[in-house]
Design a protein. Structure first.
Length: 208
């Protein structure tokens, strides 16, 4: 592994296209990239019933164990492997499993609120905000949550109205001001992604 490390933050609204961009980065950097998701660090609530956990606001900054994520990223930067938590979306709780993540040349932090958190933000060399139309994000979220997370359309829309939309307006959208690069239209923006990979490659090669 190269001694040069580039830490990239990829933020943006729910279903904005962050994963598509990260997949393209993985295609480009191959084995030299590690991805750390903020969603993996949702706080565990074993003391609550399923019904109680279902009513939590998962789009508020306090829902995440961000300090643990920051510590894990610092370990990766120093060359140490981590055991990243796994979140169970169906049961609304942290799983007992973990995923071993090895240090890599490129470390990608992703999540809707990573630019809102200063401790996480300060670890990033490049800060990206994926900017996608709200209607498009809602349609993608409905499709994703029904297929991948087994949720009903009624529960998805209720959650969107109660927490996703207001939290986006209060926390996610304002965090865009911290971005170094804004990529409109998410994964559809081939030019934006190419510019990003070119910039990252130059940064890795130029830094001593």
């Amino acid at each position: 592994m190269s001694e040069k490390i580039c830490v990239l933050g990829v933020a943006g609204g729910s279903a904005s296209g962050k994963t598509t961009i990260i997949n393209k980065l993985q295609d480009f950097f191959g084995e030299d990239i590690a991805v750390i998701s903020h969603d993996a660090y949702y706080k565990a609530h074993p003391e609550m019933s399923f019904e109680e956990r279902s009513q939590l606001n998962y789009d508020h900054p306090d829902s995440f164990e961000s300090d643990r994520m920051a510590e894990d990223v610092r370990k990766l930067i120093k060359g140490h492997a981590i055991d990243m938590p796994v979140y169970d979306y169906v049961n609304h709780n942290r799983s007992d499993e973990t995923v071993r993540v090895e240090p890599k040349t490129v470390i990608v932090m992703e999540g809707i609120l990573i630019l809102e958190n200063k401790e996480l933000r300060d670890l990033m060399d490049i800060k990206i905000f994926v900017d996608t139309d709200a209607d498009e994000r809602l349609m993608r979220r409905i499709q994703r949550d029904m297929i991948e997370r087994g949720r009903s359309i009624e529960s998805i829309i209720e959650q969107y109205s109660k927490t996703v939309k207001p939290m986006h307006e209060e926390f996610v959208e304002p965090s865009k001001k911290h971005a170094d690069i804004i990529i409109p239209r998410g994964g559809e923006n081939a030019a934006g992604i190419e510019m990003l990979t070119t910039y990252m490659t130059k940064k890795l090669h130029d830094e001593e």
